[in-house]
Design a protein around this ligand. Structure first.
Ligand code: SF4
Length: 372
């Protein structure tokens, strides 16, 4: 089957694998794995030359028709669907930089993590004003979980980020650094922390950096962040209608969509078209039509809408919420890729960021199919 698959069929198969997940042969009790924030129930897997974050430890992956054999030392495994061989895949292993520690004794892996195959990612501030109150927290978020399990530290200092970035580039050929942050109780929404972090990293090593935060009170922060060395910025909507925002993320919904759009427009004047992006979680309750409508509006102002299938994270209020199925995602990704190709704002044209990495969605494989 593998030899006859073309890019044309791969993009739909990859979408199906990402929405259904992969079971690991011989792993009988995946539910015991503890902790982590972000895509913690995923693994980075290279399939048909594309590296994607695939749910492996999530509950839904346990019922997936896709099963991988136990990986070899180099990470290779065979992928089967309902028992039929599809292809050889590769699980991305631990990077070399994880073995080192900062000058003040913190293990590098607690400061920043490898995402996909060559992206360094960190959450500069591992707390958020909204997180500890059910009235305000985003129900999909697990920012406090990794702190509980001591797999990270609450605040990553600029010199620690710089030390990790330098070695991650030297040892593992990291291609970009993505810095997100929980939202502090300051009007800049974390922009100042990101500014200090980017400055320190860029003084140590020349690497593209994306910063991610809520829209700050003062849009002058965009220029400061750009001057400090950030090449792109992400301000993440996650849900796109007031109906879903109020329901799923009541605290963050107080920042209106109109204000996000003001911030997007201001940021595009500084970072340029496409180098402002937003992360949209499909499957939280917005319809494909609603996601496409706002995506087209975003593209028109120069913002890249990075639409990813929602994958529930354990120990969050949405841990039992279903992921969207492949047809739901196809209905969004196919026309969205077309619109991005038409706007000449595809993933490969971006400087840095999640939309450049692309591993949490198959959107860029849909783009490639449109270009092919
Ligand atoms: S798309 Fe963003 S969150 Fe997903 S693996 Fe890449 S860097 Fe990490």
């Amino acid at each position: 089957m593998s030899s006859t698959l073309t890019l044309e069929s791969n993009h739909t198969l990859l979408n199906e694998i990402q929405t259904k997940g992969i079971r690991l042969a011989g792993s009988t009790d995946l539910s015991t794995r503890k902790g982590g924030a972000g895509p913690t129930d995923h693994k980075a897997v290279t399939i048909f030359g594309t590296t994607l974050m695939i749910p492996v430890y999530s509950y839904s992956a346990k019922n997936s028709p896709f099963e991988a054999s136990l990986p070899s030392k180099m990470g290779y495994a065979s992928l089967k669907r309902n028992g039929e061989n599809i292809t050889t895949i590769r699980f991305i292993g631990e990077p070399k930089f994880y073995k080192e520690t900062t000058s003040d004794g913190v293990p590098f892996w607690k400061i920043a993590r490898l995402h996909s195959k060559d992206v360094l990612a960190t959450t500069v501030l591992q707390n958020c004003i909204r997180y500890n109150d059910k009235e305000t927290s985003c129900q999909f978020c697990a920012i406090g979980e990794s702190l509980k399990y001591d797999t990270t530290i609450a605040y990553k200092r600029p010199h620690q980020l710089a030390e990790v970035a330098k070695r991650a580039v030297e040892l593992d050929g990291i291609s970009q650094f993505i810095m997100t942050t929980g939202t502090p109780a300051t009007a800049d929404r974390g922009a100042k922390l990101l500014f200090e972090s980017v400055e320190a990293v860029r003084a140590a090593i020349d690497i593209p950096v994306q910063v991610q935060c809520e829209p700050p009170n003062d849009f002058k922060w965009f220029e400061k962040l750009k001057n400090a060395g950030a090449s792109s910025i992400g301000m993440h909507l996650e849900a796109v209608t007031d109906r879903v925002r109020n329901n799923i993320m009541p605290g963050k919904a107080e920042v209106s969509l109109d204000y996000y759009f003001e911030a997007f427009k201001a940021a595009v004047t500084i970072f340029g078209r496409g180098n402002v992006s937003t992360y949209i979680l499909a499957g939280l309750g917005d319809t494909p039509e609603e996601i496409l409508k706002i995506s087209n509006k975003l593209i028109a102002v120069g913002v890249y809408p990075f639409v990813v299938p929602f994958v529930p994270i354990r120990n969050t209020p949405l841990q039992d919420h279903a992921s969207p199925n492949k047809d739901f995602m196809h209905k969004i990704l196919d026309p969205l890729a077309e619109a991005l190709v038409t706007a000449k704002m595809t993933s490969d044209t971006l400087e840095s960021g999640c939309a450049k990495c692309g591993a949490c969605s198959t959107l860029s494989t849909f783009e490639k199919k449109k270009i092919a």
